[in-house]
Design a protein around this ligand. Structure first.
Ligand code: SF4
Ligand code: SF4
Length: 422
């Protein structure tokens, strides 16, 4: 066994496998149906109970997360989740907290679901890509029809029932140039407080040792991804700190505070979050559900043993070991760590493989946000509230002339930098 044993780990359970009631164009998981030909893609109670019990018991911290994802997990029906909730009884030791999460497209949610999710304190991830015109670009049902109204109705339903929900928004070719429309829609029209942005990087042609990979036209353009995050960051840091939570911003801020991020994509190593298929098979990561990364099955080997196996530890450290020199010398390595290996399809300027498709956008984001991230980190380090930065920035705007150098240290005039939006 490796010495890198995670005391806590995360399992993303997929009770319907790849099966889904929608047909989003960019979904990488639908093709995974081919891994299990002839399967009914329904998790048995035996696998479900093994997942719940083993995940809870194997944590070496007083906290466990039970996460359900897809495909579309609500296709299992609410009774399956009632039984999963019952399976927790008897295996959660005193003093341990259990967080329950479910990621859904929202289409099947109704009052009964919402009431039950509220009662059992689920955190619901709702997939929506922004206002109607951009949401409808790639997300639709099997017949190609819009599901926008049903997803918005699901958000309202969850709000009515007091269910905590976060928005999972992919960033793709259709919404990459509309950052503020997207962000303000979530904030002002849906009343969301938690947002997760997931860049779409769909590989059309994989890289070779000497040629870069090619992505589909739906994929986000790297520079556009950086500008998208920057525009939202500027809005957030002026108006919404402490009210709105953008996972990418929190993940990077953690790196300034602690030296490492809270998000796997920005951490030096992988390996602490596995994917569980409907039949109990465990894979190294949700993005590596392939036979090559099959670790075993929960009906044969406890999940904690699989996560802590040498094979999974090697998967985790490969992220760091495969970093190109270009990343190793990057000033933002501490916050980025080359991002997710699945997106490393480019060659560096020196011709070394393994550079991330998102590199130029991420670099622009790290550079743009660095002064404010440092300010936020120093506020938190002295025990203040992150929201204090908004007062500081308002004061800064009051006392800085439009033609003065921007106080953020960018070297630009204030009116062309942080003062541009005010
Ligand atoms: S492969 Fe990507 S998504 Fe999976 S654990 Fe590593 S960084 Fe995270
Ligand atoms: S910003 Fe680019 S060069 Fe720097 S660590 Fe990230 S991917 Fe590598």
């Amino acid at each position: 066994m490796s010495e890198l044993q995670p005391p806590a780990f995360h399992v993303m359970a997929k009770p319907t496998g790849a099966r889904c009631n929608l047909r989003c164009d960019y979904c990488f998981f639908l093709a995974k149906e081919d891994l299990y030909p002839g399967s009914d893609f329904r998790m048995s109670d035996e696998v479900m109970e093994a997942y719940v019990e083993q995940t809870v018991r194997a944590q070496q911290v007083p906290h466990a997360t039970l996460a359900w994802q897809g495909g579309e997990p609500t296709l299992m029906g609410i009774d399956f989740f009632r039984r999963a909730r019952a399976a927790e009884e008897g295996c959660v030791p005193p003093g341990m907290t259990v967080e329950r999460t479910i990621q859904t497209n929202g289409v099947l949610l109704d009052d009964a679901w919402a009431a039950w999710l509220a009662e059992n304190e689920y955190l619901v991830g709702l997939s929506i890509d922004g206002p109607r015109e951009v949401h409808d670009a790639y997300r639709h049902d099997k017949a190609g029809n819009s599901v926008f109204d049903r997803v918005v109705a699901a958000a309202r339903l969850l709000q009515r029932h007091g269910v905590e929900f976060n928005i999972m928004c992919t960033v793709n070719a259709a919404n990459q140039d509309k950052p503020l429309d997207v962000y303000r829609f979530f904030r002002d029209e849906l009343g969301a407080r938690f947002i997760q942005f997931i860049p779409i990087v769909e590989v059309a042609s994989p890289p070779t040792i000497s040629t870069p990979g090619i992505v589909t036209e739906r994929s986000v353009v790297s520079e556009a991804y950086g500008s998208f995050l920057n525009a939202i960051f500027d809005e957030w840091v002026l108006h919404d700190v402490g009210e709105m939570f953008v996972q990418t911003f929190d993940g990077v801020l953690a790196a300034y505070l602690r030296g490492y991020s809270s998000l796997c994509i920005f951490r030096p190593t992988c390996g602490d979050g596995v994917a569980l298929a409907h039949n109990g098979d465990v894979y190294s990561c949700d993005h590596f559900v392939d036979p090559e990364y099959l670790l075993g099955n929960v009906l044969e080997t406890p999940i904690g043993e699989l996560v802590r196996s040498d094979r999974q530890r090697a998967f985790g450290s490969a992220k760091q070991e495969s970093l190109p020199a270009y990343c190793r010398q990057c000033e933002y390595l501490f916050a980025c760590n080359g991002e997710c290996p699945k997106n490393r399809i480019l060659l560096t300027p020196e011709g070394e493989p393994g550079l991330n498709w998102l590199c130029s956008g991420l670099k622009a984001f790290f550079a743009h946000t660095e002064p404010r991230m440092r300010q936020l980190a120093s506020i938190l380090e002295r025990g203040g509230e992150a929201s204090e930065i908004m007062t500081m920035l308002a004061e800064e705007a009051r006392t800085t002339g439009r033609n003065d150098p921007c106080p953020c240290g960018s070297g630009l005039k204030f009116k062309r930098c942080c003062g541009a939006e005010r």
